[in-house]
Design a protein. Structure first.
Lengths: 330, 316
């Protein structure tokens, strides 16, 4: 009993160290090469030349990447359990299409104001989610995961078609750059955007976390879950609402970052298959660290240019995942 | 048939006399078939006479125009401007949505944004020469036009050096060689005169062409050339791509003296917190430019350089 407890504690320590190393790498690496000493001084003293870069640009950027990566991964894990489909991921429910449509409309109508594009993306995402939900509930009185998946795909395609039509027809200069914004990145991170995201994400994350036991049961199947005393329908609605809100917030802050929500939960499960109470925090930490490191690559590989972080998550994540998959299948 | 000249061919492309008697879809189908037959006939019927103009375009293809081009569809705004400058403006029968200079160009029918041009719309304007931007995308269009017997030239219009060069190509294709030579000569002189002598301190200018994400223009691109000749330095002259996304961190570290924006209206990014790390944003050192002389190489470039130089000196 004590050995099991000790090994848990050891794993916790290792994980904490890993996270800290990731955050530190995120602070130390970037377009401008800084030594660890400069980073350290820049962090605590406002007068050094590095302090603007470290304190105002890199620190919020790293923390935002961590929070968004963790949130997307948790959404993916919860949706995979709820829909009982390994392909479930945060953008499946029409969110990416809706967010894209919102952003494109904002750019096409030349809406001014520093926050018009993210706000429009958020509104678009929420509208798409509401439509998907409405379609799924109409089809059957209860929230059927299969109908939900189909509605999500259908609404996503519809929004995508509208988006393409607007991009082709709009006379707005730079409308084609809307795609660049959608491809995702943390270049626009600030303490304010981090604060907004954190304030917003805290509640849905907590609710998903508290539904760990329900997720364990729902993942077993509708019948067993029902017999073991879970209100399956209610769990589905709650999880659906929380993941939708979380994903919409992340799209609004940093565009569409694929792959994290799909593969990080699977990757964690290939190593360990704990209950959701443990799995969800684990997935959050791994997803966050993965996105922090991806963001580091996105701003260093083609200095002084930046690559969209979604490109990195797929380029680095797919081979990693393939290796993990082979090892567990063997 | 061997004596058939281009005007008789174009006459055959308009089978209006009988088309009106047959209604609806059939009429259109027949008209289209007749159009195709007519075009094919033209293609086989017109031998490269002694007056044919032959030259190699920027894509490496041979362009052959019988005599001088009389009906030109120009799908590059810079080429439209040059055609008017060399005195061939009255022959332009189709343009892009962006061809806004000179004012007379606006009266030419608009055939769309010039990207992925609609071949039917191009055919409907009965051109004997189509000017296309030299992109991989336009290779297929050029091939289709060639199959229909219509000459096309794919041209690069990216740099200041293209103005005189493309002007002379268009001069040969339209038979306005003397006009083109004088436009090119005047342009070269004006360019040399407008180019600012390197001052003691050249301001570093961030060329911000898009805000979210921040995108800039690399070395050798047209706008970069304008700024360098006006006495400024492109903050990202080390970027070799024509445009690229850069981080605010890189901008902060390089500390531009001025931020040139191409957006019309107020710079809304200036209100965002992450941009406050950049000194030029805090001090509101913006240089907004609008007007098509800043986004395409044209005979107006020397004027744009002089204007930029004046504003750079005023803000220095």
């Amino acid at each position: 009993m004590t050995t099991a407890h000790d090994s848990t504690r050891l794993r916790l320590v290792i994980l904490t160290v890993l996270v800290l190393v990731c955050l530190l790498v995120g602070l130390a690496a970037g377009t401008v090469p800084l030594s660890l000493g400069q980073v350290w001084h820049g962090l605590w003293r406002a007068d050094t030349s590095a302090s603007v870069i470290v304190r105002d640009l890199r620190a919020p950027r790293v923390l935002l990447a961590f929070a968004v990566g963790g949130s997307l991964a948790v959404c993916g894990a919860a949706l995979q359990a709820m829909i009982r489909n390994p392909l479930a991921e945060p953008y499946l429910l029409g969110l990416s299409g809706g967010a894209g449509l919102g952003a494109v409309i904002a750019i096409a109508t030349e809406a001014t104001g520093p926050w018009s594009v993210p706000l429009a993306a958020f509104v678009g995402a929420i509208a798409a989610v509401a439509l998907v939900y409405r379609l799924s509930v109409v089809a059957g009185r209860r929230l059927d995961p299969r109908v939900l998946l189909l509605s999500g795909v259908v609404v996503g395609s519809f929004a995508g078609a509208l988006m393409s039509a607007i991009i082709v027809l709009s006379p707005a200069a730079g409308i084609r750059n809307a795609f660049l914004w959608l491809l995702g990145g943390f270049g626009a991170a600030s303490w304010r955007s981090l604060g907004v995201f954190a304030a917003y994400a805290a509640l849905p994350l907590a609710i998903i976390g508290l539904n760990g036991r329900n997720l364990d049961l729902v993942a077993l199947g509708e019948e067993p879950a029902h017999h073991l005393g879970t209100d399956v329908d209610r769990t589905r609605r709650v999880i659906y609402a929380c993941t939708a809100l979380l994903t919409a917030a992340s799209v609004a802050t940093c565009g569409i970052i694929g792959f994290v929500g799909l593969v990080v939960p699977h990757a964690v499960r290939t190593v360990a298959r704990p209950l959701h109470r443990t799995l969800l925090p684990l997935v959050f930490v791994v997803g966050g660290s993965f996105l922090v490191l991806s963001d580091v690559l996105s701003r260093t590989v083609v200095r002084p240019l930046e690559l969209p972080v979604g490109v990195i998550t797929a380029l680095v994540g797919v081979p990693l995942f393939a290796v993990l998959l082979r090892r567990t299948m063997a | 048939m061997s004596t058939a000249s281009p005007p008789s061919c174009t006459a055959r492309l308009r089978p209006r006399g009988w088309a009106v008697s047959i209604s609806g879809l059939y009429a259109r189908l027949l008209a289209f078939a007749a159009l195709l037959v007519g075009l094919t006939a033209c293609r086989t019927a017109v031998p490269p006479g002694p007056a044919a103009t032959l030259l190699v375009d920027d894509a490496g293809d041979t362009v052959r125009v019988a005599g001088a081009a009389r009906r030109i569809v120009s799908l590059i705004p810079a080429a439209t401007e040059l055609l008017f400058a060399i005195g061939a403006g009255s022959r332009v029968v189709g343009r892009t949505e962006w061809c806004d200079f000179p004012d007379a160009a606006a009266r030419v029918p608009n055939l769309g944004d010039g990207i992925n041009p609609n071949v039917e719309a191009v055919l409907a304007s009965r051109p004997d020469l189509v000017i296309l931007y030299n992109s991989a995308q336009n290779a297929a269009i050029a091939g289709r036009l060639r199959a229909l017997g219509i000459a096309s030239a794919r041209l690069n219009t990216d740099a200041l050096s293209d103005v005189g060069r493309v002007g002379r190509i268009l001069g040969r294709l339209t038979g306005r060689v003397a006009g083109a030579d004088s436009v090119a000569a005047v342009f070269d002189t004006a360019l040399a005169r407008a180019t600012a002598a390197a001052g003691p301190r050249r301001p570093k200018v961030l060329l911000l062409v898009w805000e979210q994400p921040p995108m800039t223009i690399g070395r050798g691109s047209f706008l970069s050339e304008l700024v360098e000749r006006a006495g400024g330095v492109n903050l990202f002259a080390d970027v070799t791509a024509s445009a690229g996304t850069v981080s605010i961190e890189a901008v902060t570290a390089r500390d531009p003296d001025l931020i040139l924006t191409t957006a019309e209206g107020p710079a809304s990014f200036a209100e965002r917190p992450e941009w406050q790390a950049v000194r030029a944003v805090r001090e509101r050192r913006f240089l907004p430019v609008s007007g098509s002389e800043y986004n395409r190489p044209s005979p107006r470039a020397p004027g744009a350089i002089r204007e930029l130089a004046r504003r750079l000196r005023a803000r220095a």
